[in-house]
Every structure is written in structure tokens, then in C-alpha cells.
Ligand binder design. Structure first.
Ligand code: ASP
Length: 325
């Protein structure tokens, strides 16, 4: 005869089994719907050309990982995007230092931080993921690794960025200006025709930051997180706020618990509002996508936009914000 404890355990397992079956059944039609329908979502208006490059990969049936890397390489190489890669604003000592990370559909992750002289940190991050037993390389070690793997040493400080730095030095005040191109990371998430999700995030970080400062962008779980069972999320804005709340991981975990990508982004912004007293001084934006191909975005202050490539159309959309000023 079953004793009462075993009976309760058995009943609990049976309930869990039923719940699991229900969950799988509920997911199946959504995934089917998604087959052959890639989606790309990325931060800010430099996301538009990045999405185009990602779409080129996806429309041929390519892998989300290849798409996210190809996408963010566009602003990395564009000297007019002064917040990512080549042409990025330097730190307060005049050095362009780059942060980037990437995650694939298997949960593999690679990251570089405080990397100098290399135009495409995202490709170095991918190589860290694929060719080393580690997740993250920083500073000179990351640069040596890149050079040893065929990346070229390049001067990333353009005349335009140097001039901006020289102007900034007149007052030398470190005060990020909301939505004014001094913290505009490209974060890009993609779902491919198989329904696999990957993400990439790359930045020159906060303009005129302290030498050695690393933000959220190369930190797995802060600037970016993907879980192929659930979805992906990524951040932009004042990295310190994202790091203190592990924002992208939070968004994915909220989606895991059943929230839509939109609601999960809103909740992650609310976490900052609740936990960080001076949150009004900074801008933060999140983007997210789930396995069913639903997307979401939310920010603290008005002014954050994101690029969404869906159903063969690339669109720039203003994200809803918590503050209305
Ligand atoms: N999150 C980046 C950082 O704090 C900057 C940005 O998103 O613009 O380094």
C-alpha cells in the first residue's frame, strides 16, 4: 500500500508530467508557424542597415548566428556610427576601447572587452566562443588573440572622434546625455528559418568613459542573453544600470515564466526604476524576441528606437517609454 508521502510525491510528479505535456503541446503550433519566417530586431537607427545585412544571410536559409555577426559588422565598420567599432568615441584618455559579445542557439557564448585596435570585436568574440575553452577575453590578451588569428591592427580613432574628444576635454565633464549619440550600442537578435535564435552586441561604450571602464555590452546576461528554448534579449543605454539588474537575463527569464517579450522588457525597465534611485539621469532600452517570433521593446526615456525586419519589411519603430518627458 502506498504511504501518504509517496502518494503525494507520485501525484505531484503526475501533475508535473501533465503540465509539461501541455506546455509542449502549446508550443508546437507556434513553432510550426515560425518555420521559414526569419525575424531580425536591433537597436537604434543604425539597426536598419545592420538588419539588411542580417537578412541577406537569413533569406538564403542561413543560420541566425551568421546573421547576427554579419549584421553588427556593418555599424562596426561605419565611421559615422560614433558609438560602435571604427570611429567610436574614445575614452577620456583618447583610446577607443571596444566591448562585444555573441551567443548562439546552443547556449555557447563568446565575449571581448576593453579591446583596442581591432575593427570587428564581434568576430573576435565569435572566435573566443568557437576556438577557446573560455567565454571572455579582455584587453591586451584579447588583442593578442585577435592578431594571432589574422585580425589586422588598425587605428580606430577617426579625425571626427578625435575632434569630439578634444572639445570634450575643454570641460572634461563626464555626464552622459540621454539619446545623444554617446551611448548607442548595436544589439541585434535574430531567429532563422529553423526557428533558432542567436544574438550579438557590440559597442565602443560610453563616450569619454574612464580608461578601463567596461559596460554591460560584453557581459553575458547583462548586454545580451539568448536561450533557444525561450528567446533572446539585449540592451542598450547606460550599462551600469543594466549590469546592476542583469537586464537581458532578467528579460529572458521573465519570458520563460510566460510573459510576452513586450511585458518582459517593461518589467526589466521597472526593475531599474525600483532599484536605482537616480535612474532618471540615464537612458536604457531593451529589445526581445521569443521562440514564437513575438518581439518587444521598452525604454526609460522617449527617444529609443529599434529596427524590426519581419515579413520581408525593415521598419524603424519608436519604442514605448516609462517616462513621458
Ligand atoms: N550599453 C553600453 C555601455 O554602457 C552603451 C550603449 O548602449 O550605448 O557601454
Amino acid at each position: 500500500m502506498l504511504d501518504r508521502r509517496k502518494f503525494i510525491q507520485g501525484a505531484a510528479l503526475a501533475t508535473a508530467g501533465i503540465a509539461l505535456t501541455k506546455h509542449v503541446d502549446a508550443e508546437a503550433p507556434k513553432l510550426k508557424h515560425l518555420q521559414g519566417k526569419p525575424i531580425v530586431i536591433s537597436t537604434w537607427n543604425h539597426g536598419m542597415p545592420a538588419n539588411e545585412a542580417a537578412w541577406e544571410v537569413l533569406k538564403k536559409g542561413g543560420r541566425a548566428l551568421d546573421a547576427v555577426e554579419a549584421g553588427v559588422r556593418v555599424p562596426e565598420a561605419d565611421p559615422n556610427v560614433m558609438t560602435v567599432g571604427y570611429g567610436g568615441f574614445p575614452d577620456r584618455d583618447g583610446f577607443v576601447t571596444l566591448d562585444a559579445c555573441i551567443m548562439d542557439e546552443k547556449g555557447n557564448a563568446g565575449s571581448v572587452a576593453f579591446l583596442q585596435d581591432i575593427m570587428h570585436p564581434i568576430s573576435v568574440a565569435r572566435l573566443v566562443m568557437e576556438k577557446t575553452p573560455h567565454v571572455m577575453l579582455v584587453g591586451d590578451g584579447a588583442r593578442q588573440f585577435a592578431l594571432a588569428n589574422g585580425f589586422k591592427k588598425e587605428n580606430l580613432l577617426t579625425d571626427k572622434a578625435r575632434k569630439a574628444w578634444e572639445d570634450w576635454k575643454k570641460e572634461s565633464k563626464y555626464k552622459p546625455v540621454i539619446n545623444i549619440e554617446n551611448h548607442d550600442t548595436i544589439s541585434l537578435l535574430a531567429i532563422d528559418s529553423k526557428g533558432d535564435i542567436s544574438g550579438a552586441c557590440t559597442t565602443s561604450g560610453a563616450a569619454f568613459k574612464m580608461h578601463g571602464r567596461v559596460g554591460d555590452s560584453p557581459i553575458i546576461g547583462a548586454g545580451l542573453f539568448c536561450d533557444n528554448e525561450v528567446g533572446g534579449a539585449a540592451a542598450t543605454g547606460q550599462g551600469e544600470l543594466v549590469m546592476k539588474t542583469l537586464g537581458s537575463f532578467l528579460v529572458v527569464e521573465l519570458m520563460r515564466s510566460g510573459m510576452s517579450p513586450q511585458k518582459a522588457c517593461e518589467e526589466a525597465v521597472m526593475r531599474i526604476v525600483k532599484k536605482i534611485p537616480n535612474y532618471k539621469e540615464s537612458q536604457i532600452g531593451y529589445i526581445a524576441i521569443n521562440k514564437a517570433g513575438e518581439t518587444g521593446a521598452y525604454c526609460l526615456h522617449p527617444g529609443f528606437n529599434y529596427a524590426l525586419y519581419k515579413d520581408d519589411k525593415n521598419t524603424l519603430i519608436d519604442a514605448k517609454s516609462f517616462l513621458k518627458d
